[in-house]
Design a binder for this molecule. Sequence first.
Ligand code: HEC
Length: 144
Amino acid sequence: MRIFLTPIVALAFLFAWKSAAGAFHLDIYEPRVPPELLEEIQDLDNPYPATLARIKAGREIYFGKGLCVACHGDDGRGVKLPGHPPRDFTDLKWQEIRTDGEFMWVLRNGSPGTEMPVRIGKVISEEEGWNVTHFIRTFVQSKN
Ligand code: HEC
């Protein structure tokens, strides 16, 4: 009996997990931050001003040691990957909905259930995270 049940239970779990992850992540405008933290995280302001020097430093992280470009592409629209597609950084609506604090949460924690990896503490520092956040904002400004 056990022998038959185990694969069925495993499959059921797999489907439940897949559909839960899918439901949460299909809509790109849904917050990635868990609901209980959302308000606090959304209110976090970037402690550094968006100076040209910081945007440039953020750009270097994006194309350099942050490895962001590998998945998010030269133009910020995202490259085709197996699994969940990377965000289109040129999407004005998405840029308006998300706060800098939410960007930072994703850089600190990754986006669970997707390929978006933890960056802060692994390959970049907190300050570099805020700088790259300034740089990501330029993907819409440069379009206008
Ligand atoms: C291995 C591929 C990969 C790398 C490397 C990567 N990302 Fe991502 N990123 C993704 C994917 C996939 C998503 C979509 C996740 C989702 O929909 O929740 C994403 C989503 C994001 C988001 C949007 C999250 C949201 O709230 O909507 C931001 C911001 C982001 N990445 C920034 C970065 C930065 C900055 C770097 C480099 C320091 C980076 N990513 C490196 C794959 C990657």
